[in-house]
Design a binder for this molecule. Structure first.
Ligand code: DGL
Length: 279
């Protein structure tokens, strides 16, 4: 394999829906010169309820689409797809360490900052059943105590625009009150939708628990990988607004996606509907 990527090519980012926008935002904040091509697979959301095989299939299709769109890097901005589809994406695209998943940078952070502590993970059913966080943390820190809880209502709730209100706080509190999560030192938000409810989660715990939102950790990792491969875009393009220089695709148009995108980027992003499944 001998790809010759250039620094001015875009970064491809995908998720099942709006969750990956938390990662896209962190990347554009840290690296404002980068151009982004985002794909939200809203037609198949929620991934958390699908089989590993289905998620693998969707992930490979989307990654190939992003590669076809000339992306120099692919960020799997979805924990569920990172757990089920990362290896398959690396294999099908041949892009090796230019494929970034959201699990490994978070694991590295936890091992460094919460060594030998009790760490909770909340995520979709598929991510929890894959055991990906527990396995990877325990392989680096055998004395750690990792407790995991599937919180399947949260991603669809957020995708539907329910956050920062009474309903979301009630659902969040009922999940976080489970005895499994008692006395934790840190909580990993193991789904890229959850940074949107970080405030509500932190409110439940007060200051006693570090709530780990991996979007900024992943953005930093993206920067390091691009630097290592001399692919960081140094050309200033700040005079172009995000909506001019980046592109946002969804496999099915949803109004909530468009609404929520405003919160992220202070401007409405123009959504292009693209059904890659019929190609
Ligand atoms: N945002 C995704 C994740 O990080 C998945 C949400 C879903 O589609 O179930 O796991």
């Amino acid at each position: 394999m001998n790809h010759t990527f250039k620094a001015n090519q875009p970064i491809g980012i995908f998720d099942s829906g709006i969750g990956g926008l938390t990662v896209a935002r962190a990347i554009t904040k840290l690296l404002p010169n980068e151009q982004i091509i985002y794909f939200g697979d809203t037609a198949h959301m929620p991934y958390g309820e699908k089989s590993a095989e289905a998620i693998k299939y969707y992930s490979v299709k989307i990654a190939e689409f992003l590669k076809f769109k000339n992306c120099k890097m692919i960020v799997i901005a979805c924990n569920t797809a990172s757990a089920a589809g990362y290896k398959a994406v690396v294999k099908s695209t041949g892009m090796r360490d230019l494929v970034v998943n959201v699990v490994d940078p978070a694991v590295e952070y936890v091992v460094k900052n919460h060594y030998r502590q009790k760490v909770g993970v909340i995520a979709t059913k598929r991510t929890i059943s894959s055991n990906v966080y527990a396995k990877r943390i325990e392989s680096l820190d055998p004395v750690s105590d990792v407790v995991q809880l599937a919180t399947p209502l949260l991603a669809p709730m957020i995708e539907e625009g329910f956050y920062n209100n009474k309903i979301s706080q009630t659902i969040i509190n009922s999940y976080l009150s489970k005895s499994k999560l008692s006395k934790i030192d840190a909580l990993i938000l193991g789904c890229t939708h959850y940074p949107l409810i970080k405030g509500e989660i932190q409110k439940f715990y007060g200051k006693s628990v570090e709530v780990i939102d991996s979007s900024e950790i992943v953005a930093l990792h993206v920067k390091q990988v691009l630097e290592k491969h001399q692919l960081l875009n140094e050309t200033k393009s700040s005079r172009f607004s995000l909506s001019k220089k980046s592109q946002f695709f969804v496999s099915d148009y949803t109004q909530s996606f468009e609404e929520t995108s405003k919160i992220f980027f202070d401007e409405k992003v123009k959504l292009k509907q693209f059904n890659i499944w019929e190609e």
